[in-house]
Write a protein that binds this ligand. Structure first.
Ligand SMILES: CC(C)(COP(=O)(O)OP(=O)(O)OC[C@H]1O[C@@H](n2cnc3c(N)ncnc32)[C@H](O)[C@@H]1OP(=O)(O)O)[C@@H](O)C(=O)NCCC(=O)NCCS
Length: 432
């Protein structure tokens, strides 16, 4: 297996019999027990609901150390990429494994720029949704619909790259059109003289009646936000993309499934919930202590949204970057958001509280992202769509890595059955 070393065999005993299982060691010394032969040799499977201890693949895309709060894409620290890179550069890095040289970058940007138009017929689809439709629902449906227009990649590498470009290019257009539809404004078509992020902001906020110039600070903030969301290894939506892709479903279908997985409030939907929670606290006279107490109360199912993470047991490095971005950006924009103060106060109270310390619950990426999105004019119900826009290259990179892996097998976990043993069918007349 490429990129990993062999470790010392692990021994397990089942019913007194010993089994030797190989181990693998990753680039950063992460240790895994390879259980692929376990069932065929012993009849036993492993049980890990929620997959907290299960490695589903070997991947060279992203490294996270949750204990130390480290996140790197293809080896590059997230802090450096957020400060220095362009989002499309990061897309290339994640998907193709290296930073592009100038020629490769120009070619890639040019291709993505030139594929941003939607097939005109697709505009009719937007008309079919009610104005109240959540934009995530529209996004998922539209991305799946792209498969109706573009051929399945199968194993054609050139077509795979073309569909990757199409997807990166068209998702911002779909997202902006979904927003325009929801507020009853005409669609604003993509413009090839603008950068990826400028073009998206232009499609969102321009109207035919007057000229719109993308504020450079909005553009800078969006670039950082998208980079921070670009990948996060085997999270719920990315694992979904890999799961669906493993059935040889096409790129568009696999990514649409990832969008649906991201929608949930425990995953990408959390950024919208954070703002709703902060607003609720603000309207409740800023009584932060009351909400911290509610989050700790086991009889109450309220949770502090934007707090806690399956992998980070330390401050999420992305949240750290976003907190200082919010501090820098809001005064520069002259935007005095009372929710930022509530958020900081909430963080301060929670991080001194034994409950949160014991469970290692820290702010995650969603805690401050919504405040910045608000400051650049993105409405709350579009927050999860923004997350999807950022996560797109990560999903694509994982889908591509999976599909180019010659050892790929369809993903098919096992289970431990706990239902009734065999019993005979009873006709209605005899049922008690
Ligand atoms: C992210 C999240 C789903 C991770 O879940 P998980 O790894 O399965 O962790 P658990 O749900 O088992 O939580 C562990 C403990 O911390 C508590 N906990 C976790 N997140 C909490 C939160 N945001 N507020 C209050 N308590 C929380 C749980 O109640 C549990 O307590 P217990 O051990 O006394 O039962 C979870 O922290 C959460 O729901 N956070 C809020 C939603 C959110 O911000 N999601 C975005 C993630 S990027």
């Amino acid at each position: 297996m490429e990129g990993v070393r062999k470790g010392e065999d692990a021994k397990i005993y089942i019913d007194g019999k010993e089994y030797l299982l190989p181990t693998v060691i990753g680039t950063e010394d992460e240790l895994g027990i390879d259980i692929r032969r376990l069932r065929s040799e012993s009849g036993a499977i492993t049980l890990d609901p929620g997959y907290a201890n299960t490695g589903s693949c070997i991947s060279s895309i992203t490294y996270i150390n949750g204990e130390e709060g480290i996140l790197r894409y293809r080896g590059y620290p997230i802090e450096q990429l957020a400060e220095k890179a362009e989002f499309l550069e990061v897309c290339y890095l994640l998907i193709y494994g290296k930073l592009p040289d100038q020629r490769e970058y120009n070619y890639f940007v040019d291709k993505v720029t030139r594929h941003s138009l939607l097939h005109e017929d697709m505009k009719n689809f937007f008309a079919g949704f009610p104005n109240t439709a959540h934009p995530m629902c529209v996004l998922a449906a539209m991305v799946a619909s792209l498969a109706a227009y573009y051929p399945d990649e199968k194993n054609d590498l050139e077509l795979m790259d073309l569909n990757i470009v199409r997807l990166l290019a068209k998702v911002p257009t779909i997202a902006a059109f979904a927003y325009k539809k929801s507020i009853g404004q005409p669609f604003v078509y993509p413009r090839n003289d603008l950068s990826y992020t400028q073009n998206f902001l232009h499609m969102m906020f321009a109207v035919p009646a007057e000229e719109y110039k993308v504020p450079p600070l909005f553009n800078k903030a969006l670039n950082i936000l998208l980079i921070l969301h670009a990948d996060h290894e085997q999270n719920c939506s990315t694992s979904t993309v890999r799961m669906v892709g493993s059935s040889m479903a096409n790129l568009f279908a696999s990514i649409a499934a990832g969008i649906c997985a991201l929608w949930g409030p425990l995953h990408g939907g959390a950024n919208q919930r954070v703002i709703e929670m902060l607003q609720m606290i603000y309207e409740d006279k800023g009584d932060v202590a009351k909400y911290v107490a509610m989050a700790k109360d086991k009889r109450n199912n309220f949770r502090l949204m934007g707090f806690g993470h399956r992998v980070y047991k330390n401050y999420d490095p992305r949240a750290r970057i976003l907190k200082s971005l919010a501090d820098e950006l809001l005064p520069e924009l002259g935007y005095d958001d009372p929710l930022l103060e509530i958020a900081k106060h909430l963080e301060e109270v929670a991080l001194k509280d034994e409950y949160f310390l014991e469970r290692k619950l820290y702010p995650n990426v969603d805690f401050y992202s919504g405040i910045i999105y608000r400051a650049i004019g993105i409405p709350t119900n579009m927050f999860t769509v923004m997350f999807a826009l950022g996560r797109l290259p990560g999903w694509i990179a994982h889908w591509r890595e999976l599909r180019l892996d010659p050892s790929m097998r369809i993903h098919r976990p096992r289970q431990i059955y706990s239902g009734p043993s065999k019993r005979d069918y009873i006709p209605f007349t005899e049922r008690g």
